[in-house]
Design a binder for this molecule. Structure first.
Ligand code: NAD
Length: 369
């Protein structure tokens, strides 16, 4: 059997949190604080086993190290999971107990909402620790992160158009959008305003109707497709804004687009699907770079909130992507490999300077009232 320490050998610290009085069973994983305190959301899921929860938190916290490096924020990678059913097991006391464990890490770990948790849950944790991000503005947080995330997707599309055709113009092109939720709708709206044509799909009819009324006002062209048809749409760029794993053996066969640029997390089912896209001549914009606007916003909570500054910072996504496309091209590797290498080099280069900060100072907003 694999020893526990060999399982967690890439991680700095893994904390098992057990609070009998509230029933809290959580795991906090700190993958790296080389660029600053670890940052990552807290999931709540009814994991089938403790091993599954541990594997999830180890994988996700490592991903956050890369995501923070790519987004150029002074944070490292971490993540937390609460083992439990979000529909049944949530209580204010459970989230306060969780907050106490976060506080015990003394500024090494910052967290907030993720799958199965809401910003409201962390208002309870906030009573125990200041190391909480992404709560509502009335509680001193930065609120809805889908605005900068959508803006980041727009920069991603512009950079990709630039790489493909030498112009970052968004109009006069056709996009196929999967998911018209908080992010996808905002992206669709902006593309329509720029004069683009859209194919869209969503399993929620209300989301479709909302976009169709917007398109009617603008006199723009939107074609609605089913969940299965979206992969075959005759579009220039596929924009996945719903769920992960949608670039797989079945869907790649159907894609005729020139590029894939969207907000969904973990779009490639397996790393090898990045290679297949490359062989088909489809440019893949690494998802963790395209969708980093939300992370940029919560990391910016370190300073006094300023929405304009956050949107300014998301502009970096444009240049990062162009750099990664160029690097992948000259090195003959996939764009996801290029992104990972880019992040590893940045961690190496920055860690000496950043680690000083992460260990020596408490973030300014730790005194937020
Ligand atoms: P959301 O839940 O608001 O929207 C998702 C939309 O996708 C919903 O309208 C839903 O009906 C639709 N959908 C679900 N399954 C579908 C299917 N099979 N076919 C078509 N549509 C389907 O989520 P969101 O906040 O807009 O996020 C979208 C994606 O971006 C998610 O993968 C999320 O993890 C990722 N992301 C979001 C943010 C953020 O700031 N909100 C940040 C980073 C990454």
């Amino acid at each position: 059997m694999m020893s526990l320490f060999s399982k967690i050998r890439e991680h700095e610290q893994v904390v098992f949190c057990n609070d009998e009085s509230t029933g809290l069973k959580a795991i906090i994983a700190i993958h790296s604080t080389r660029l600053g305190p670890a940052l990552g959301g807290c999931r709540m899921l009814p994991y089938a086993s403790e091993e599954e929860a541990l594997e999830d938190v180890l994988r996700l916290s490592k991903g956050m190290t890369y995501k923070c490096a790519a987004a150029d924020v002074d944070f490292g990678g971490g993540k937390a999971v609460i083992i439990g059913d979000p529909a049944r097991d949530k209580t204010p006391e459970l989230f306060r107990a969780f907050g106490q464990f976060v506080e015990s890490l003394n500024g090494r770990f910052y967290t907030g909402t993720d799958m199965g948790t809401t910003p409201e849950d962390f208002v309870h944790s906030l009573r125990e620790t200041n190391c909480i991000v992404g709560v509502d503005e009335v509680y001193g947080g930065s609120g809805d992160s889908s605005v900068p995330t959508a803006q980041g997707v727009i920069y991603g599309l512009q950079a990709t158009n630039q790489a493909l055709s030498g112009s970052d113009d968004l109009g006069n092109k056709c996009y196929s959008i999967q998911g018209l939720g908080k992010v996808g709708f905002k992206v669709a709206e902006r593309l329509l305003e720029e004069g683009a044509d859209l194919y869209v799909t969503d399993i929620n009819q209300k989301a479709i109707e909302r976009l169709l009324s917007k398109a009617k006002i603008l006199g723009a062209g939107v074609k609605v497709l089913s969940s299965e048809e979206i992969y075959q749409a005759n579009a220039d760029v596929f924009v996945p804004c719903a769920m992960g794993g949608i670039i797989n053996d079945q869907t790649i066969e159907q894609l005729t687009v020139k590029a894939v640029v969207g907000s969904a997390n973990n779009q490639l089912l397996k790393l090898r699907h990045g290679q297949i896209l490359k062989e088909k001549g489809i440019l893949f914009a690494p998802d963790y770079i395209v969708n980093s606007g939300g992370l940029i916003q919560v990391a910016d909570e370190l300073y006094t909130p300023n929405k304009e500054r956050v949107l300014q910072k998301t502009k970096a996504i444009y240049n990062s992507l162009l750099h990664i496309y160029e690097f992948a091209n000259t090195s003959g590797i996939t764009t996801i490999e290029a992104a990972n290498e880019f992040c590893e080099k940045r961690i190496e280069a920055r860690s000496r300077r950043n680690s000083f900060f992460s260990h020596m100072k408490r973030p300014k907003w730790a005194v937020r009232t």
